[in-house]
Design a protein around this ligand. Sequence first.
Ligand SMILES: [Zn+2]
Length: 372
Amino acid sequence: MARALKVEAAETATIMKAGVVTGKDFIAILEHAKANEYAIPAVNCTMSPVTNACLEAAKEANAPMMIQFSNGGGIYNIGKGIKNEADQKASIAGTIAGALHVRAVADFYGVPIILHTDHCAKKLLPWFDGLVEANEDYFQKYGEPLFTSHMLDLSEESMEENLDICKTYLKRMAAIDCFLEMEIGITGGEEDGVDNSDVDASELYSTPEEIYQVYTELNTVAPGMFSIAAAFGNVHGVYKPGNVKLTPEILGNAQKFICEKEGITDTTKPVYFVFHGGSGSTREEIREAIGYGVIKMNIDTDTQWSFWDGVREYVANNEAYLQGQIGNPEGDDKPNKNKYDPRAWMRCAELATVKRLMIAYEDLNAVGACAK
Ligand SMILES: [Zn+2]
């Protein structure tokens, strides 16, 4: 049943369409990624210089890029002077503003761009509702949703409630060609103010039975229109090696289990898996996970560092020119305007991030993906 949409995508979608992609064009990219064993980087963006660095890296790598906003990213993007209330209106507006920026500029970069939002826990559902409404409005005007996909993370709730809520939203989203990423199990560590660093270790590993249940139940609502963030010992953030062990074979075992249960013979990887907490993982671990059907890996911590590192290096190299508006080693009356212009030092943050993302594309086996 899941294959119906994929066959349709293969027949009618524009493969590796440039600009923001949604619906069948997005499914075609996921199938292309799976067939060519690469994954798409999904980078948390908080402001246009971060977003533009991602777009620039995608152009340089000639590969798709997933631009994603967290709830906190949306709050930052509207401006921290605006208070975000429980109704999430400020975060909704900030997240939409980030998406509209991408919509306005993506075509210039000549590669497929996927617009996505990150973790949404139960208490943040008003944020999710606002984004789905924005997609429905956009669909009415342009025949496609504003965002390609969204993530729901109800992994703190019971499996039954998690699936119930996901199915309700997926039905509404699939009607406007919008894709759902859902989470089961728990990603360890801390991100965007959510701290899972002290959960029981067994919660950090999903079972084939759990993944199978999600796969079959969501397939009854919208075949092939969802991905699963299963837990395989992945952790948000970068830490010294500890007790948590990354176990990508959990994903491979689940794919095999589902193929056997469902009698699937035309693919060995029926599930689209996503990899949260990729920062700090080795290239071997990442490639192993891709081999088991991971089509997307989140990157946040490593690009937070690169963005800062570009500024750090700029300040270190130009310190004597950054102590006042006038006066530097070349003379007490020499102006420093071109050194403290935000475009000068922010550009270094962008370039350091482009450089870091090229390593990510290499890790993900995605350099030159558009030409594969
Ligand atoms: Zn995550």
